[in-house]
Design a protein around this ligand. Structure first.
Ligand code: ADP
Ligand code: MG
Length: 729
């Protein structure tokens, strides 16, 4: 069986580490796909349980020098683990700083007291092999696999400075005899280690903030609930709640599971899930969701969905998966980061050799300095953080606003949308239609049959009929068939009954008697007209109208202002479609379309080089959703629409569409800025480190400055991503 799992990965220090883990997983037999995200330190692995197992995967990763957490860890345990690692990092940083300061002062102010070399050397030894051990261990593990990563760069650079300095302490005469003036570089080695540890520490802290959205969502569940046992109320842990339990929700409490109100009423704040600030009124029979907060009233609810089935859990899972996904530009960046390390080692060696050749006098020591500096400044850390941190913040911010985005690619694409196609029923309108008029030839005979037919349909129109007549006894029907986008049909007493659109009946060549036609003409201006037929005769006409959502008009105006073309598509008839379109200000309307035609309409727009977003709520929209470049589903719509859609608007509010597009713009811009700064930094840093400015005025970059710059670069990238949180959408 093929399963898809997300495991936390520990001990990764840089994107190249994430690449190594990913490659190791991909090479493993039985692994179908693997995706490792450095920013959230998680691996998404799809594997065949017959061929491999989580234990085997863990072993592979340990061999590669990292670790995989395969046991299920609760949020608290995971956080505790992260906190431990954080603590270790913090200790190492402070330790290295304490060693670095005296070494730095001694060398800076030339405090050449007796044995000062030994003091420096010993402090440097402690720093490198105790506080900075991780770099050397990491580099060694990489070496065993004949590969290199950021650890390699740090270990080789500081190790070189360190060994050369010790050799100067012990064999100063040897170097002098070679014509090379002995010089100590202990301070460079220790300061680089201290700076890089500081950079890591700040980076970890900032990275933690990028996934705050998810932590916030997970923290929404209460730990215990009041449940009715026999006649008493008892408090039980949330994990013990069963489906069907009656739960008491008190004022101000968080709701624990998904379910229905069965007694009492209240207002519930659902903003954490839908992004809608207004509290929603909950009467008996209304659905309530885990994680939302009850306001002043008190009510009883019946548990319907618990644990991993709740809406909240599915949102958390979706956000987690989305944050771990890779944006298309990321693939290119990963490739570059992958060849970066070996390339940099080559550049460092070449500059060392060139120095020796070109400068007969100081070539060796300057060359060595250049070698160390190039290695330090070229670390592709910032490059690796540029995209994933922005994506994590962007997706998290979306979730906080009730915009659920499936993956990084969708988030990136949304900013390019030029055309939006909106479905009518349930998307522009509320999708809670009511029957306003009806005309029957024999209501008593036909109503129970119509009622029984619509009882089987999930269409909003069917719901309107059920609501209108309630509690009519059902008659037995057979061969029920759903003609998506047209209506439904079934047999009873060997007669075929159909209910659906006027258009469908025209296509079926029905004869429209004068009195029927008159009703149709009279009602179609303002409502959707549907017909009911027994065999070949139309026996009822119903007028159904649906209210337009309060925000639809404003949302459509906003989109048009962003110069996006807005279309409306509907399976409904022309007149009622026109009526709705006029009210919301849409001039491009296509009515009477079947599901497949909705799809081909989207395709036509795409062939005209438009990037099309399709917005819909129903099964009848799923083909068109799948065809579009960016598919947007309504949270109150059908599950099928949501499962194909890349973006789900949980509150079903169309105003969320311009927001989603703006969020996409902002995220893409942040990624561009991040990549620009990360690249510029390396592109400019490497030649300066190698010494190209030396002929111009004797400027050679100090290795310690390189260490500081490199620490700063990754911190600034993560900080820039975090700024995205503050932007208004
Ligand atoms: P939209 O594209 O606006 O969401 P649909 O494609 O779902 O609309 O439906 C198109 C038309 O088909 C409806 O306006 C209605 O006339 C008819 N129809 C579909 N299903 C049913 C049903 N169960 N009962 C009656 N009419 C239906
Ligand atoms: Mg619809």
């Amino acid at each position: 069986m093929i399963v898809k799992k997300i495991y936390p990965v520990t001990d990764m220090m840089c994107t190249s580490c994430a690449n190594s883990v990913q490659t190791a997983l991909e090479k493993e037999q039985g692994v179908v796909s693997a995706n490792v995200n450095y920013a959230n330190a998680k691996a998404t692995v799809e594997f065949d349980t017959k061929i491999t197992s989580p234990e085997k995967l863990k072993k592979t990763i340990i061999d590669a020098g990292y670790d995989l957490e395969i046991d299920y860890l609760s949020v608290e345990e995971l956080e505790q683990k992260q906190a431990q690692q954080h603590q270790k990092l913090r200790k190492n940083f402070w330790g290295s700083l304490v060693c670095a300061v005296p070494v730095f002062i001694i060398s800076m102010f030339h405090l050449h007291f007796p044995y000062h070399q030994y003091v420096q050397g010993i402090l440097a030894t402690i720093t490198l092999f105790f506080f900075g051990r991780r770099f050397f261990v990491g580099a060694y593990k990489q070496l065993l696999h004949k590969s290199a990563n950021m650890d390699t760069l740090v270990a080789v650079s500081t190790g070189t400075a360190f060994l050369y300095s010790w050799s100067n302490v012990f064999f100063a005469d040897f170097w002098i005899s070679k014509g090379i003036e002995p010089h100590l570089y202990f301070e460079a080695a220790v300061v680089i280690i201290a700076f890089i540890l500081l950079g890591k520490l700040l980076e970890e802290q900032a990275k933690g903030k990028t996934s705050e959205a998810i932590k916030k969502l997970m923290g929404l569940q209460p730990t215990s609930v009041w449940v009715k046992k026999d006649a008493d109320w008892v408090e039980i842990p949330i994990n013990d709640v069963q489906k069907g339990d009656v739960i008491l929700v008190k004022p101000g409490q968080k709701i624990a599971v998904d379910g229905k109100v069965i007694q009492g009423e209240s207002y519930v704040d659902e903003s954490m899930i839908t992004g809608e600030p207004l509290a929603i009124r909950k009467l008996t029979g209304k659905e309530v969701f885990a994680g939302t907060i009850n306001q002043l009233g008190s009510f009883q609810m019946e548990a319907e969905k618990i644990g991993a089935q709740t809406l909240l859990s599915s949102i958390v899972k979706a956000v987690e998966e989305a944050q771990g996904s890779k944006a298309p530009v990321q693939k290119l960046v990963d490739k570059i980061a992958g060849i970066f390390v070996p390339a940099v080692i080559c550049i460092a060696i070449i500059s060392f050799v060139l120095w020796i050749i070109l400068d007969k006098q100081n070539g060796f020591s300057y060359g060595l300095q250049a070698f160390v500096t190039v290695l330090v400044i070229a670390c592709p850390c910032a490059l690796g953080l540029a995209t994933p941190t922005a994506i994590m913040v962007g997706i998290g911010k979306g979730a906080e606003n009730g915009i659920l985005i499936k993956d990084a690619e969708s988030l990136e694409l949304a900013s390019k949308v030029s055309t939006i196609v909106l479905d009518k029923t349930g998307t522009i309108t509320e999708g809670n239609p009511v029957v306003t008029h009806s005309f029957w030839t024999n209501q008593q005979k036909h109503l129970p049959i119509l009622y029984s037919l619509e009882h089987k349909s999930e269409h909003p129109i069917a719901q309107a009929i059920i609501r209108q007549w309630k509690n009519i006894p059902l008659v037995e029907i057979s061969d029920f068939e759903n003609k998506t986008g047209q209506g439904v049909q079934a047999y009873t007493n060997n007669l075929l009954y159909r209910v659906g659109s006027v258009l469908w009946f025209k296509e079926l060549d029905f004869i429209f008697p004068e009195n029927i036609q008159q009703k149709i003409d009279q009602w179609k201006e303002k409502s959707t007209v549907i017909l009911f037929a027994e065999d070949k005769n139309i026996v009822a006409v119903l007028a159904i109208s649906d209210t337009i959502k309060k925000t639809s008009k404003q949302a459509i105006e906003l989109l048009q202002k962003q110069s996006i073309d807005v279309y409306m598509l509907t399976g409904d008839e022309e007149k009622s479609a026109q009526n709705i379109a006029e009210q919301v200000g849409i001039s491009h309307v296509k009515s009477g379309v079947k599901p497949a035609e909705k799809q081909s309409f989207v395709k036509e727009l795409q062939q005209a080089n438009k990037i099309v977003a399709m917005v819909g709520d129903g099964i009848n929209d799923s083909q068109a959703l799948a065809q579009s470049d960016v598919s947007i589903a309504m949270g109150k719509g059908s599950d099928i629409a949501m499962s194909v859609a890349q973006i789900t608007l949980i509150s079903s509010d169309l105003l969320k569409i311009p927001q989603a597009i703006k969020l996409s713009y902002q995220t893409v811009r942040t990624i561009r800025q991040n990549l620009f700064w990360a690249f510029i930094y390396n592109v400019i840093g490497i030649p300066i480190a190698a010494g190209v400015l030396y002929p111009l005025g004797g400027f050679l970059l100090n290795p310690m400055l390189a260490g500081a710059a490199m620490a700063l670069s990754s911190v600034s990238v993560v900080t820039n991503s975090l700024l995205l949180k503050r932007k208004k959408i």
